[in-house]
Design a protein around this ligand. Structure first.
Ligand SMILES: C[S@@+](CC[C@H](N)C(=O)[O-])C[C@H]1O[C@@H](n2cnc3c(N)ncnc32)[C@H](O)[C@@H]1O
Length: 345
């Protein structure tokens, strides 16, 4: 595999030059597709168009923060040029240098040949405009909860918690890269946040993101099984994007997702093993005014069948319908879920 492009100037202080293509040895098959000639692609937009064509021809899957080939191509082009994705439009018609051209083409070809999510190739993803470090030790952040924190907690439609400033404690269960813990720290400026994951690898990445966002004094990381490491502590808000893929979904994961940790997807045979445990135990960890916000993917029917007594409020986002539920502490407490849960596995 080609090593990742260097960020910043190369150590020799020279401009990185386009690599010379070695002539193929006679009698050996050339497996790489021919690259675009130097003058065929010039502007950022040209490279996005080229990348989209390569991605579509290679039938890539787009499920990692960007949902379509154009957004994914624009993200990679911007990363190769050290631009924020929001700057793409400003520079769409600008031409690239020879060194930049090589960096872009390398990334495009590595995306196609490795099938790794774009975020792993550049060790970065943006969520709600904020950058997060990622590598294969964590799932690529893409939870709908990021958008819901903005839309339903203190934004214009603030409905679930009236005053974000009054939230003093948040628990992020299954934190992965800590992306949701970091976003929660911005939405709830007075809250202390605990973030739990069972994976040491994930927590190493989480620690890096917390440090990079200057949040070491506000976000505490715990390693363990769901509520295990936090004892009897209670929180004003619990957020969780747990593993929730069922056995059928696990068998059908696209190649891109197979480069992500299995532990981040596998929700047991019916997909809801971890979600059930969260629902069953949440009442013991919420303050009276608190609530639980939990993403479960397409499992709504199964969850409602298993917990017919719980008044779950289903929330939509720009790209999802009823994949996240909210339930207030009072509703969980008055409908003790464990005793009435109908096991539908
Ligand atoms: C779907 S990922 C979510 C990561 C992150 N919150 C996000 O939204 O990108 C689920 C995470 O749950 C963790 N996990 C799986 N089982 C767990 C358990 N029993 N207790 C705590 N964490 C668990 C995995 O290691 C993984 O990081």
């Amino acid at each position: 595999m080609t090593p990742p492009p260097r960020a910043g100037p190369n150590p020799d202080g020279q401009i990185l030059m386009a690599k010379r293509v070695k002539p193929a040895k006679r009698g050996r098959a050339v497996s790489k597709p021919p690259r675009a000639a130097a003058d065929e692609l010039q502007t950022l937009l040209d490279f996005v168009r080229y990348a989209v064509s390569r991605f579509l021809a290679a039938k890539l899957a787009f499920a990692h923060g960007t949902t379509d080939p154009v957004a994914e191509a624009a993200f990679l082009v911007c990363e190769a040029l050290h631009l924020h994705p929001d700057q793409f439009e400003t520079f769409a018609a600008a031409r690239v240098t020879a060194a930049e051209r090589e960096r872009i083409l390398d990334l495009v070809e590595r995306r196609v040949s490795t099938r790794k999510p774009a975020a792993y190739l550049v060790n970065k993803i943006y969520m709600r405009g904020l950058p997060f470090y990622v590598d294969e030790r964590v799932i690529v952040p893409r939870s709908f909860i990021g958008e819901l924190l903005d839309s339903h907690f203190g934004g214009r439609d603030a409905a679930l918690i009236d005053d974000p400033g009054a939230v003093e404690s948040v628990l992020d269960l299954c934190t992965g890269s800590a992306c949701l813990a970091v976003l929660a720290s911005r939405r709830f400026p007075n809250a202390q946040i605990d973030a739990v994951d069972i994976s040491k690898d994930a927590l190493d990445v989480a620690a890096r993101n917390i440090a990079e966002h200057g949040l070491k004094d506000r976000v505490a990381l715990y390693r363990g099984d769901l509520f295990g490491p936090i004892g009897p502590k209670r929180y004003d808000l619990i957020i969780s994007n747990p593993p929730y893929v069922d056995a059928e979904g696990m068998a059908a994961l696209p190649r891109e997702c197979r480069t992500e940790p299995k532990l981040a997807f596998d929700g047991g045979p019916g997909g809801l093993d971890i979600v059930r445990r969260i629902l069953d135990e949440a009442a013991h960890h919420l303050t009276p005014q608190g609530g639980l916000l939990c993403e479960i993917g397409r499992g709504r029917d199964n969850l409602e069948t298993a917990y017919p007594q719980l008044p779950l409020l289903w929330l939509d986002t720009e790209d999802s319908e009823a994949e996240v539920f909210w339930i207030g502490a009072a509703d969980i407490q008055s409908h003790p879920s464990r005793s009435k849960c109908i096991d539908s596995r």
